[in-house]
Design a protein around this ligand. Structure first.
Ligand SMILES: [Zn+2]
Length: 191
């Protein structure tokens, strides 16, 4: 029990129940948290009034070679003051997400490698390429480079691009460095 909650990266004292099993090759972590009064997101009154429990499955890239899933018995509270019901806070995933914070962190770390691909990172973390792309778009903000003295504009045939057959390249004439790659040439005059 001690080791498992350490692996999850959550404080031992908030875990009520934790166990694990192996189901069809998937490492399952069964988990519930201790009851703690929560402030109602609508009116701010504290409540410990439990409405119900719902099982959530959260993808957790804890192990390298095996898919890992948190089988989380999530508690729903109801506010006695305004009647609003809401899920308790949990330390391993943001509300409404089916992948854990650790998985997001692993994905972002792997994407730092220059030879990383969305498909490869997806495979290592047992999630879809689309999900990896979503994480990238949500968390990675690369600032646009300033324009050089002389800009070269070129088009390169890119068969796999759904948007256009050609991608538009902007290059620094002096250093030959790539400044930006745009999905098509039609919009370059808007900036
Ligand atoms: Zn309330």
């Amino acid at each position: 029990m001690f080791i498992l909650s350490d692996m999850l990266g959550i404080p031992q004292d908030i875990v009520s129940d934790i166990s694990f099993s192996n189901q069809n090759g998937i490492f399952m972590i069964h988990l519930s948290l201790k009851v703690k009064p929560h402030a109602c997101p609508s009116c701010g009154h504290f409540t410990s009034h439990i409405k119900e429990y719902k099982i959530k499955h959260i993808k957790h890239s804890l192990l390298n070679r095996q898919q890992c899933l948190i089988h989380y018995k999530a508690r729903r509270f109801v506010c006695d003051f305004c009647g609003r019901s809401f899920f308790e806070n949990n330390p391993f995933s943001s509300s409404g997400r089916s992948i854990s914070n650790l998985t997001i962190l692993n994905v972002l770390n792997e994407l730092k490698e220059s030879n990383a691909t969305f498909a490869g990172v997806a495979r290592h973390n047992f999630i879809s390429s689309t999900k990896v792309q979503e994480i990238f778009d949500l968390y990675v903000h690369i600032p646009r480079k300033s324009l050089p003295d002389v800009v070269c504009i070129d088009e390169v045939y890119a068969l796999k691009d759904n948007h256009s057959k050609y991608v538009c390249l902007l290059l620094d004439f002096n250093s030959h460095e790539l400044i930006d790659m745009l999905p098509e040439r039609k919009k370059i005059f808007s900036f």
